[in-house]
Design a protein around this ligand. Sequence first.
Ligand SMILES: Nc1ncnc2c1ncn2[C@@H]1O[C@H](COP(=O)(O)OP(=O)(O)O)[C@@H](O)[C@H]1O
Ligand SMILES: [Mg+2]
Length: 476
Amino acid sequence: MKQSPTADSRDLVLNELLLMIEDDPLAVELAKEALADLPVRVVTAANAARGLEAFSQLKPHLVLLDLHLPDQYGLDTLARILEIDPGANVILVTAEYSTEAAVEAIRRGAIDYITKPFPIEQFQKRISRWLSAPDRHGRNASPLSPFRWHGMIGRAPGMRELFSRIERVAPHYRTALVTGETGTGKELAARAVHDNSPVAHGPYITCNCASFADSLFESEVFGYVKGAFTGAMQDRPGLIAAAHGGTIFLDEVGELPLGAQAKLLRVLQSREVRPVGSTKSQPVDIRVIAATNRNLREMVAAKTFREDLYYRLAMLELPVPALRGRSEDIPLLARHFIRSCAEQYRKPHLQLELRALMALTRYPWPGNVRELENVLGAAALMADSDTIDLRHLPLDLGTGARATAGNALPTMAELNQQHVRFVLRELRGNRRQAALVLGISRATLYRLLREMGEPINGDPSSADSRWSLTSVSATE
Ligand SMILES: Nc1ncnc2c1ncn2[C@@H]1O[C@H](COP(=O)(O)OP(=O)(O)O)[C@@H](O)[C@H]1O
Ligand SMILES: [Mg+2]
């Protein structure tokens, strides 16, 4: 079995991440001891600057933030963290209890307040409560559950907004339009609308508009009667009739040919459907959810999508954000997919190495969640051991492509970093050889690695590495 090229292949990330921003080594030791039995990995940073950097890169599920840091007052650090992610879960930690400070911390957005030295049992209880906070339906199945809503995982502000919008509108809507790039989860969002609607127990019929030729649309969607055309041997209800009393989901509605658009509009306006070959219309009681990755407004301007149909559908628009704008969701999604791969491929101990996760969070994901799912599925198949690391990821991911779309062209510094990573991977992490190949001194290599935020094991000055990583518990 090959070992991961990096020195910290034991640092696996199936567990929740807890970032401890704390300059007192004793407090760190105590906390690690107390957390040893919980399904959590502890990452530490000894000052605010490093803590903030680790926070933005790792998007931990929980932050323990010391109020008195050498370089910044904790409440200011709290404000910075919440600027980066308004949904962050931060627990303030101080040496002595003060009611005013506790109240102030909560008022400013912390979720809890703890005094040190930690009474171990109480500390464990508080932390595990926050790690497995029940979701709003009172379910408490896994630490992921606070961030899972109707099968959709997300904690980024854009996703929370989507969840609460769906919750608000689902009881009332008649037609809705789910928009978003391909692979963002539009089908899941549509299903969540139905599941939160008054017809949740009625039928949910999916109609993929991309699959119809103009001529087939009518018979498939409206149904037909016996003898309507050659081959119509008996009456057949269409998809709309099947959705009576429930929801019809019109996926890829932007692909619908113009003729079919007109026919669909008629049904939406009259709430009646007439099967092909029939003289009688029958009333239908349906809710309609359409989805598209196309810009329908532009299609209207180009006259490839009917304006009247557009307005009817777009009365209520539910945009699903692209993955590149919500990298805090990547660790959660990765964890979710690793779990399903573990089941599917019968590798119950399948894990994702920390470095690989960091590469995932930096990549721009043009194919969104679906691409992430596919990349992890392929990596799970390729990994010969239970650990997915950088070697199992596609090259443009492993070398740390930038997440900012506008920054697609790398700078010299980024190219340097990519090249250093590449050489290190090729040499299975051997830094002495890497320095030789790169034509730089080992001291320079270590400096570069430090600048890249790579943990430096075996480096004489490793006390200076950005943050230290500790695998507290590798499996649950
Ligand atoms: N928020 C999410 N949480 C979990 N899985 C997701 C999420 N968003 C998308 N997926 C998964 O990603 C894949 C693509 O989602 P899908 O709804 O088909 O995307 P779209 O219809 O927007 O192209 C599916 O396998 C889906 O289960
Ligand atoms: Mg889709």
